[in-house]
Ligand binder design. Structure first.
Ligand code: NAD
Length: 222
């Protein structure tokens, strides 16, 4: 993979540090860092990654527009106005947005979209567990998986405990059977590895709004 110059919004956070580790190991160069305290510019980024807070979005969008740099948008708890702003940005640069950059979660989403309609008459309960510093609940991933089932009102339960990077399960049940689909992230590194694939995709992509599913479908390697 060609060396990318990249910027990270949220560089001092848990995900920012993981991203810098994974990108450094892969030989890419950090040229822009931004967090709640401000922005340090050391060059023109080929791509910008934002894993921070929705409050950072206006600055992130201005940076992407200023450098004509594609964006990997990983922040969760984005509102409708934030998503609209990202879609507007995607008219100028490639934007890859996902509430979860793990391959397994993306496959689970695809499975839910295809097969949950067959279980329409079954009960459905969704559970998610995360570390005790996570600010939003339910998680963006739980919402993404719930949306994929087409059952936006399915009961969704959140637990915040210890250092769990992210557990999600969807449990379907009828009078005779329980069917459980579950995903566990073993470390935050998986999200950073996914963000690296998304960055490599985005630097080659035309302007547009993409999901991590588009990234996986292009590579077709999981
Ligand atoms: P964290 O609290 O450890 O770090 C947050 C970072 O954002 C810090 O660097 C902080 O300074 C910065 N920040 C906060 N407000 C800001 C602002 N107004 N302007 C600029 N920077 C600001 O959080 P984290 O665990 O690293 O998670 C960050 C985000 O990434 C959360 O939304 C989380 O849910 C999300 N996340 C997404 C994925 C994914 O795969 N999409 C995976 C894990 C976490």
């Amino acid at each position: 993979m060609k060396c990318m110059k990249y910027g990270v919004v949220g560089f001092s956070g848990r995900m920012g540090k993981e991203i810098i580790n994974v990108f450094t190991d892969a030989g890419h160069e950090l040229v822009l860092k931004s967090d709640a305290l401000g922005t340090e510019r050391g060059g023109r980024p080929d791509v910008i990654l934002d894993f921070s807070s929705s409050a950072a979005l206006p600055v992130t969008i201005a940076l992407c527009e200023g450098y004509a740099a594609p964006l990997i948008a990983g922040t969760t708890a984005l509102g409708d106005a934030d998503l609209t702003a990202l879609k507007t940005l995607s008219e100028k640069v490639a934007v890859v947005q996902s509430f979860n950059f793990a391959t397994g979660v993306t496959l689970l989403r695809m499975i839910m979209r295809d097969y949950a309609p067959l279980l329409e008459s079954w009960d459905l309960e969704i559970e998610e567990t995360h570390h005790n510093k996570k600010k939003d609940a339910p998680s963006g991933t739980a919402i993404l998986l719930r949306d994929a089932t087409g059952r936006k009102n399915a009961p969704t339960h959140s637990m915040r405990i210890g250092g769990v990077p992210g557990d999600h399960s969807l449990r379907f049940g009828n009078e005779g059977e329980i069917l459980t689909f579950a995903h566990r992230a073993l470390s935050r590194g998986v999200f950073a590895i996914g963000a690296l694939s998304a960055a490599a995709f985005a630097v080659e992509a035309k302007p547009g709004f993409y999901t991590f599913e588009d990234v996986l479908n292009k590579g077709r390697k999981v």
